[in-house]
Design a protein around this ligand. Structure first.
Ligand code: AMP
Ligand code: ZN
Length: 114
């Protein structure tokens, strides 16, 4: 767990461009943005993937999704539209094994994603 990159960001051992923080959630800008707005919303507790979600995480994940909507409005991308997503495991494109919700906007996305 202490090798986890996003746990290190939560602890403050690695810097991040934070846009929101409360007792359970942290949001910060992606270091390699795939869109003009690219924010990662993470739980402060270490949950590796969507596969590890338990019923007791429901409120936490609900708050993360709710926050994506609030931040989209703050970033000025809500009206035009935006993309959110969780990548899960290798085939899903996950590279950091600490749950995170991508919030991306400021350009038009294709569907389905590659
Ligand atoms: P995923 O591929 O869904 O696991 O997404 C991981 C994301 O974390 C990628 O978009 C990376 O650019 C991003 N990332 C990796 N290291 C950092 C970091 N130190 N600060 C901010 N974002 C990061
Ligand atoms: Zn972690």
């Amino acid at each position: 767990m202490n090798k986890c990159l996003f746990c290190k960001i939560v602890k403050g051992d690695i810097p991040a461009d934070k846009v929101f923080e409360n007792e359970s959630i942290l949001a910060f800008r992606d270091i390699n943005p795939a869109a003009p707005t690219h924010i990662l919303i993470i739980p402060k507790i270490h949950i590796p993937t969507l596969n590890d979600l338990k019923p007791e995480h429901s409120n936490l994940v609900g708050e993360m999704i709710q926050l994506s909507s609030v931040l989209a409005k703050k970033e000025g991308i809500a009206e035009a539209g935006y993309r959110t997503g969780f990548n899960c495991n290798e085939a899903g494109g996950q590279t950091v094994y600490h749950l995170h919700l991508h919030l991306m906007g400021g350009r038009t996305f294709g569907w389905p994603p590659g």
